[in-house]
Ligand binder design. Structure first.
Ligand SMILES: O=C(O)CCC(=O)C(=O)O
Ligand SMILES: [Fe+2]
Length: 372
């Protein structure tokens, strides 16, 4: 278990206070809170990471990461067919008998099947766990895409399922590293001890060393009979890692962010691809660890999943596929050597008295979520 440290405490106190404020507004039915959600517009930037002008990519990515903390990226190399197959796989898995899925219960490392109501992402404000089920793959080796922990044999008994899974896991890891390199360049991190500034974050991402990185399949059943305004499918939370990548599907909306810019809940829509063969833009967000590491410059934005009215009317299930990218467990979260972060004195990892590892950071966040 990690030892507590004052700055993280301050961060948690701040978040608790913010959650409380949000929930007070919620309880009082504040119009601003409920009805200012812009349904069809997209509050997030879409950044094409394959543009020739990489300096522009760096600027756009950094701008999004320091404002909304969420963005879409296009110019990745995932095909529509691949993402369709992945959702098909997830769909089929969740259709398997409940008794089968329960044979792989989620463990203390966050690996395995998390049953309905098994996870409470907002324990301070929500009595019951979220109405969703999930399958987490942890202890991942990114040279092979394998987990060193048991995963349901439904995947491993079929080579096409296993291949698909492994390939996607490795490529999501690589894409997250690419994003971290672009951010490092945008931040103009200095070269240190033979380490290029560009590699400051990614140097702590050895593919075969243990990390908190998690690949996750999620299923939120549709619930036609419920009141959409009152039901939360995934409680308000921030992600724990460095960056998160998320695939979602058309007509299965529900993701919302508490925007640091507008100070309101905003819907994250599904954005279709411009090219039929290419998968839609991927949702990317900054997690707590990277926010801590960058002394709060990059924003780890609170988000949740709800039942928007249209989804409540159709009774659509939501499936999402998420990759939480974390540095190696032993990565020391040392102050980032660049002027824009150095100037943020006394915050996050800039506090010289407080040096924690990525593993310590993760352990305390998981403990809060699952009530360990
Ligand atoms: O399903 C979603 O869109 C959100 C999932 C999420 O935020 C999470 O699992 O951390
Ligand atoms: Fe999340």
């Amino acid at each position: 278990m990690s030892s507590k440290h004052p700055l993280s405490e301050i961060g948690i106190l701040f978040k608790d206070a913010l959650f409380k404020l949000i929930n007070q507004q919620y309880a009082h039915g504040s119009k601003n809170f409920h009805f200012n959600i812009t349904k069809m517009s997209n509050p997030l930037k879409i950044v094409d990471i394959s543009q020739d002008d990489q300096a522009l990519v760096q600027k756009q990515l950094l701008d999004a990461a320091t404002t909304q903390g969420f963005l879409f990226i296009e110019g990745h190399d995932f095909t529509q067919q691949e993402v369709d197959s992945l959702f098909e796989l997830s769909n089929e898995f969740f259709k398997l008998p409940h008794e089968y899925k329960q044979k792989f219960p989620i463990d203390a490392s966050n690996h395995g099947y998390s049953d309905f109501a098994g996870e409470n992402l907002d324990p301070k404000n929500q009595k019951k766990g979220d109405p969703k089920e999930a399958l987490n793959f942890c202890a991942l080796n990114f040279k092979t895409g394998d987990s060193s922990k048991p995963i349901p044999d439904w995947f491993t008994n079929d080579s096409s399922r296993e291949e698909l899974l492994r390939g996607v896991i490795v490529r999501l890891y690589k894409l997250s590293i690419r994003i971290l390199e672009i951010l490092a360049q945008g931040l103009e991190i200095e070269d240190t001890d033979g380490l290029k500034g560009k590699d400051w974050f990614s140097a702590k991402y050895a593919p075969d060393k243990s990390s908190g990185s998690t690949f996750r399949l999620l299923h939120y059943p549709g619930q036609k009979s419920l009141n959409p305004e009152s039901v939360v499918r995934a409680g308000a939370h921030t992600d724990y890692g460095a960056v998160t990548l998320l695939f979602q599907r058309e007509n299965q909306a529900g993701l919302e962010i508490y925007s640091p810019v507008s100070k309101q809940w905003e819907s994250v829509p599904f954005v279709p691809s411009n090219d039929a063969g290419v998968a839609p833009p991927i949702v990317v967000n900054i997690g707590d660890l990277l926010s801590y590491w960058t002394a709060g410059l990059l924003k780890s934005t609170i988000h949740r999943v709800k039942f928007p009215k249209e989804v409540q009317e159709t009774g659509q299930d939501r499936y999402s596929i998420v990759f939480f990218s974390h540095p190696n467990d032993d990565a020391l979260l040392e102050p980032v050597p660049c002027s824009v972060i150095r100037n943020r004195e006394g915050r996050g990892a800039n506090n010289a008295e407080v040096k924690i590892t990525a593993r310590e950071h993760l352990q305390r966040r998981l403990a809060a979520t699952y009530g360990w």
